[in-house]
Ligand binder design. Sequence first.
Ligand code: PMP
Length: 346
Amino acid sequence: MEQKNHVYNNVLDLVGNTPLVKLNRITSQFKGDFYAKVEAFNPGQSSKDRIALYIIEQAEKKGILSPGDTIIETTSGNTGFSIAMVSIIKGYECVLAVSSKSSPDKIDMLKTMGAKVYVCPAHVSADDPRSYYEVAKRLHSEMKGSVYINQYFNQLNIDAHYYSTGPEIWKQTEGQITHLVACSGTGGTISGTAKYLKAQNPNIKVIGVDAFGSVIKKYHATREFDEKEIYPYRIEGLGKNLIPAATDFDVIDDFVKVTDEESAHTARELARTEGIFAGYTSGAAMQAIKQLSEAGTFGENDKVVIIFPDHGARYMSKVYSDKWMSDQGFFDSVNGAAAESIQYIK
Ligand code: PMP
């Protein structure tokens, strides 16, 4: 990173080197120490800044990309935002095919960052011509001089985390980390980080977080793609209806599945207890920690690192909206709405 007098040349100099923050209250009943890698501190507010910058710079080095070219991607939102941000600084056109499951805020953000956005139906199979994979492939074949990032099937997605997230965590924990817990979407984050950490200490345990309705956990256990596992769920960016080549299943020891409802409540609890306003999948990762602790996975001396992939501001119309929570049926007698914390003075 080139830095003169504490001035950054542009926002891309701020990618990576995110803080590791100790969790104190939400984990107070659990054995072990817990640390969150808060990826919202990236300039694009998510871990996807790392892969966008790394993959684009690798393409430049190989001479595949030159100024004015178009970069195409499929994305639940975060990768698109990061690619749009990198494209602005480096002078590329950015075209994004997104799932209709993505929040309206995310889609508006992509447009704000100058990207051209195609919104594709969420609940169609991956090989349907309307799926965001197929739409991106078609656009790539139609546009001359375009590059398709293809994060689900790009090994560079793993490498980006192998060369940044992994070494950062190893250094920040002074080599003391015993467990890594991370969500798996493309699998790039967990695979690259785990690969680096296990190369330093093969005893580190790596646990992936998957959604009910996703094929990933079963595939890891059986190497069987079971279509019967697939059904719609609400968490964005976690789990999959296909097997991504950007997941290295051999470096992941186990997977835990979490529900939409518990993950949503845990995301809200994170804000109230730790003051960390993180995204839905951060709630999912924290929910996995609760389940693992209850199952007796961690010991008193363990040091557990949990990756929080993005910022809570992206979910104001979802998990942080009482109306949305209520519409999903997520408020029941145990978890009442937070409405009583607002007093309207008339
Ligand atoms: N959380 C969010 C919010 C994401 O957008 C993603 C990426 N799809 C992930 C978690 C999972 O990260 P990865 O794709 O590296 O597995």
